[in-house]
Design a protein around this ligand. Structure first.
Ligand SMILES: Cc1cc2nc3c(=O)[nH]c(=O)nc-3n(C[C@H](O)[C@H](O)[C@H](O)COP(=O)(O)OP(=O)(O)OC[C@H]3O[C@@H](n4cnc5c(N)ncnc54)[C@H](O)[C@@H]3O)c2cc1C
Length: 503
């Protein structure tokens, strides 16, 4: 078994380190920041605590299986608790709905909102589950690493994946109530895409959340990053943190990755290199100039199907009070969803009437805020970085923060502005700088064209031998469960490649 170097200690990088250490490799991870978890990070200030990235965990079996592969039990490392309601939805016309993975509670909530759509919900969930059953094996658990992988699909199956309609077209064919259309359209944003452009295949996500449930990690989601790092350490993985351990170059000789060069000028030799860094960033900054297939010239304003996912503008609010009308996860919808996505993906401007997500972990973990106070994480989908909007222009971020606070006050969080005790924000520029996320994208590449969900950059480099990619910008996609699955795919590819090596 050879020596493996991993660039980045995000959830994908750490999960790959765990898998490969279990397989008997010697593994070293180099992370430019001071902590593990990448985008799954946390912030503490003035007695308040927030997770700064992911807030909702799905597919718990993915993490259980990772720990089991190492002979451990996930519950010895973190406590995963179901969240019910999974999300509280509010609309500008005063309509509200608590979505639940409990069939009884969901049916009751739908009966109240619009009895005509109760049956539609069950038909839609059956369709969503069918999509999951069809895609999970070939795409989520195995990845697409060669065009031949497509041939394994029965053509009839490919048709059943519903790639010719958009998410919105399919959702609209089930529901009559516009509130429910908007609610189910929103799932396209779980991988940073627009429901008006992404293929209906993404309608697997409602089943993943409402069929399998939404989860929280006691203490905050950052505990999961700590657990991955702890397990990697127990398995003998060496993880180096700090700017001096940032990778500046993947060393390539005769078309093969043979190691990395660090910011401290040290060169580390390796039999194989895994980049947990964003593929676009890696191709542009860490690899030799030739063969940058990902960055072939494109028409201005147009991308060859590999458009970054949307980015996010996040507020971390420490309030001197609580709002009892809030659940753990809350969505405050915009008036005109199509206009919102037109602004994000076509005009590349932060929407002036945004859908706002609010997470209040203090409800599950009261120690996340001083007694009687609350810690709110507020996220709005905004475009990836482009010349169309400058977050660093004087007052730009502040003005957008004011707009969001005003919207939330209009939605009934009266006195929000006056209740602010501590406040910070994170812009797409911060995401790009902190994590080298290509143009500040949250989920790597979007799925905003018919086949882009299947055509993400592969986990095994097409151009350099012994180079692999793990994480949100490669297969199977963004989000903590998928990047954890991508580590399993990479470990499987390395096992295949090792088997081909002469003894
Ligand atoms: C605001 C926000 C909300 C989100 N909400 C959710 C959610 O609710 N549920 C969910 O499942 N997902 C959510 N996500 C997405 C999720 O965080 C990501 O898909 C996932 O964490 C990505 O993991 P990763 O391993 O691919 O990469 P990253 O987390 O990007 O990790 C890459 C690591 O590489 C390091 N690195 C970069 N360049 C170098 C270099 N040159 N040398 C060394 N190290 C380097 C970075 O510092 C980073 O630590 C959210 C993300 C954000 C930002």
């Amino acid at each position: 078994m050879g020596k493996i170097v991993i660039i980045g200690a995000g959830m994908g990088g750490l999960a790959a380190a765990i898998r490969l250490a279990v397989a008997g490799h010697s593994v070293e991870v180099f992370e430019k920041n001071e902590e593990e978890g990448g985008k799954l990070n946390r912030l503490e200030r003035g007695g308040f605590r927030w997770d700064t990235g992911p807030s909702l965990i799905t597919m718990p079996f993915v993490y259980q299986e990772l720990f089991e592969a190492a002979g451990r039990k996930l519950e010895d490392y973190v406590s995963m608790v179901p969240v019910d309601p999974v999300c509280r939805y509010s609309w500008p016309d005063g309509t509200m709905l608590d979505a639940s993975d409990s069939v009884g509670r969901m049916t009751a909530a739908l009966e109240k909102l619009n009895p005509k759509d109760v049956r539609a919900y069950f038909r839609f969930m059956a369709y969503s589950r069918r999509l999951y059953d069809l895609t999970a094996g070939p795409f989520l658990f195995n990845g697409i690493n060669h065009w031949r992988d497509f041939l394994k699909l029965n053509p009839l199956t490919a048709f059943k994946l519903d790639p010719f309609r958009t998410v919105h077209q399919a959702v609209k064919s089930y529901f009559r109530d516009p509130h429910l259309v908007q609610l189910f359209d929103r799932y396209a944003t779980y991988n940073g895409s627009s429901p008006y452009q992404a293929p209906a295949t993404l309608n697997i996500i409602p089943y993943v959340e409402l069929g399998m449930g939404g989860w929280y990690i006691r203490g905050g989601l950052y505990e999961l990053a700590r657990a991955y790092r702890r397990l990697a350490g127990e398995l003998g993985v060496q993880v180096h943190f700090g700017p001096e351990f940032g990778v500046e170059e993947i060393v390539v000789r005769r078309g093969q990755a043979v190691g990395v060069r660090l910011a401290n000028r040290q060169e580390i030799a390796a039999d194989r290199v895994i980049a947990n860094t964003d593929v676009a960033y890696t191709e542009k900054n860490l690899l030799p100039a030739r063969k940058r297939w990902f960055h072939r010239p494109q028409k201005p304003g147009k991308s060859a199907g590999l458009e970054p996912s949307c980015s996010g503008f996040v507020l971390f609010l420490g309030l001197d009070r609580q709002y009892p009308q809030l659940a753990h996860h809350n969505i405050f919808f915009s008036q005109d969803y199509a206009a919102e996505f037109d602004q994000i993906f076509n005009l590349r401007q932060p929407p002036f009437d945004p859908t706002i997500y609010v997470c209040w972990t203090g409800l599950a973990d009261p120690q996340h805020a001083p007694a009687g106070k609350s810690n709110l994480f507020v996220l709005v989908n905004v475009p990836y970085l482009s010349e169309a909007f400058d977050w660093e222009a004087p007052g730009a971020a502040r003005a957008y923060r004011d707009l969001i606070v005003k919207h939330l006050e209009n939605f009934g969080l009266a006195g929000l502005s006056a209740a602010l005790e501590v406040e910070e924000w994170l812009t797409p520029v911060d995401l790009a700088r902190r994590y080298n996320a290509d143009r500040g994208a949250i989920y790597g590449v979007s799925s905003n064209s018919r086949f882009s969900a299947f055509l993400r950059p592969p986990n095994r480099s097409r151009h350099f031998k012994n180079l692999y990619y793990v994480g949100g910008s490669t297969h199977p996609g963004g989000g903590v469960p998928l990047v954890t699955l991508s580590a399993k795919i990479v470990a499987g590819l390395i096992a295949q490649d090792e088997a081909k090596r002469p003894a």
